[in-house]
Design a protein around this ligand. Structure first.
Ligand code: CP
Ligand code: NVA
Length: 307
């Protein structure tokens, strides 16, 4: 594992190493045991979109590992004024030991890795959100004790989160059903990649327009915003299209009775999910958010630590 750009690039062993180290680092952090695996290392964090969880968890995580994080808002660095990804990659590689980037185009993340000489971590693009899904799978494992053989139902927009869930579930052998309206399905190339991995892992993949079909027998129910960053102008139209995909108690009660509810956050209560579900006893959204910290610390240590 050289970079963390797409979950499809990772092996099953990479997933296992990340989870194993995340578990250890979580325990060490809770017990106050120092774990300075990245002492003296620096992480550049480029953001061209907003963030609460990603920024704070990477920044705090780097500090806890004994390293130093630099927040680089695209508005403040020359990239935002047209400096190329090529030059940015070359220059940053002379200063920092790793780069985390949150941006629009997946190709910008790939180019950063191609032209630079340090590990690159994808902190969300329009196409994928791999760090989120690694934290999600770790959270599911903590609550259910296994991943293989479980069923996750994702109801809503076939967006970056849904795409990476397809990649992640297929890799670890977890069944996944995605219900999204026509015209808002997951990326077709990612569906093909997930199907390829599902053959090896034994996972079942179901793509449907019917939320009830997706949620039947689900152990995990997941949704995300209907209006991702960059889609603000489509908000009114999207709310109309997605209303039948709202995860409310009526729909949630059709999953297994011990199903857990996940949402990457930020959530818009009353739209993609109702308060009774997201604030209910089966919701694990804050464990999920916390695990961004532990899982990303493992990712950074594995990518940037002394080999
Ligand atoms: N889930 C997530 O990535 O949150 P932020 O947009 O706050 O980073
Ligand atoms: N799909 C959302 C996820 C936010 C963490 C977005 O891209 O805005």
């Amino acid at each position: 594992m050289e970079h963390l750009i797409s979950l499809h690039d990772l092996t099953v062993e990479d997933f296992e190493s990340i989870f194993k180290l995340a578990e250890k680092l979580k325990r060490q952090q809770k017990e106050g045991i120092p774990h300075h695996l990245l002492k003296g290392k620096t992480l550049g964090m480029i953001f061209t979109k907003s963030s609460t969880r990603t920024r704070v968890s990477f920044e705090v995580g780097m500090y806890q590992l004994g390293g130093y994080p630099l927040f680089l808002s695209a508005n403040d660095i020359q990239l935002g004024r047209g400096e190329t990804i090529y030059d940015t990659a070359q220059v940053l590689s002379r200063y920092v030991d790793g780069i985390m980037i949150r941006t629009f185009a997946q190709s910008d993340v790939e180019d950063l890795a191609r032209y630079g000489n340090v590990p690159v971590i994808n902190g969300l693009t329009d196409l994928m959100h791999p760090c989120q899904i690694l934290a999600d799978l770790f959270t599911i494992y903590e609550h259910k004790g296994t991943l293989k053989g479980l069923k996750l139902a994702y109801v809503g927009d076939g967006n970056n989160v849904a795409n990476s869930l397809l990649h992640g579930c297929a890799k670890v052998g977890m069944d996944i059903a995605v219900a999204s309206p026509k015209g808002y399905e997951c990326d077709s190339r990612i569906v093909e990649e997930a199907k390829e991995d599902a053959k090896a892992s034994g996972a079942n993949i179901l793509l449907t327009e019917d939320p009830e079909e997706a949620i039947k027998d689900a152990d995990v129910v997941y949704t995300d915003t209907w209006v991702s960053m960059g889609q603000e102008s489509e908000k009114e139209e999207r709310i109309k299209v997605f209303m039948p995909y709202q995860v409310n108690n009526t729909l949630f009660s059709k999953a297994h009775e011990d199903a857990i509810f996940l949402h990457c956050l930020p959530a818009y209560r009353g739209y993609e999910v109702t308060e009774d579900v997201i604030d209910g006893s089966q919701s694990v959204i804050f464990d999920e958010a916390e695990n961004r910290l532990h899982v990303q610390k493992a990712i950074m240590a594995l990518l940037m630590g002394n080999k």
